[in-house]
Design a protein around this ligand. Structure first.
Ligand code: SF4
Length: 199
């Protein structure tokens, strides 16, 4: 069986590194991404930023207008409030760049805050979404019940200078192969994988 660090190395060879984005856009994208597909999030984010470019503009925008623009992301009534209120905080106090300050924003949990640190600021953190949680447990790297426990375990197992890679690589691997119904017959690491229900 391979270790988590060998696994990360193999995935880096396959997928490379991720591009950086504007921290405020990462914040809004990740708020919108909760409980929906990536394609819906991308569409909703593009619609919102096509009309409003800055935190100040979104903070001032009518709630109904924001709802309409982000509708493709689902749960748009709740998400529009988070988007508007988070934008209001950023417009007033500037874009936060620490975990604690990000967690203080409306609608921001650990996954969102860690995504902003990684994709917006290139700072070491491990955002744990459904892919990271599922794959880490499926391959036996961790044995955890919650994303928070998975984050803590992965931070213990992986050197800090590699944390930044974990989310992007496992998300890509989860989207391509190791999804809820894994495509094990196409998987390049199938021989080293100890998952008992390989398909
Ligand atoms: S063999 Fe299947 S379960 Fe194992 S890593 Fe590959 S896709 Fe995931």
């Amino acid at each position: 069986m391979m270790t988590i660090n060998e696994f990360i190395k193999a995935l880096k060879k396959r997928y490379g590194v991720f591009p950086m984005s504007d921290p405020f856009q990462v914040l809004i994208f990740t708020i919108l991404s909760q409980r929906t597909k990536d394609s819906n999030t991308t569409e909703a984010t593009a619609r919102l930023f096509s009309k409003y470019k800055t935190p100040e503009q979104i903070a001032e925008a009518p709630l109904k207008e924001i709802e309409l623009l982000i509708k493709p992301a689902g749960f748009y009534k709740v998400k529009s409030k988070y988007v508007k209120n988070a934008s209001r905080c950023v417009a007033r106090e500037g874009m936060p760049d620490t975990l604690d300050a990000l967690l203080a924003l409306p609608g921001v949990g650990r996954k969102t805050a860690n995504c902003v640190l990684v994709y917006g600021y290139n700072k070491p953190a491990i955002p744990v979404d459904v892919h990271v949680h599922r794959i880490s447990n499926r391959l036996g790297f961790v044995n955890t019940k919650t994303p928070e426990q998975t984050e803590q375990e992965l931070m213990r197992l992986i050197p800090k200078n590699k944390w930044i890679l974990v989310n992007s690589l496992l998300v890509k691997f989860g989207q391509e192969l190791c999804s809820a119904k894994p495509r094990c017959s196409h998987c390049p690491i199938a021989k080293k994988c100890s998952y008992p229900d390989k398909r």
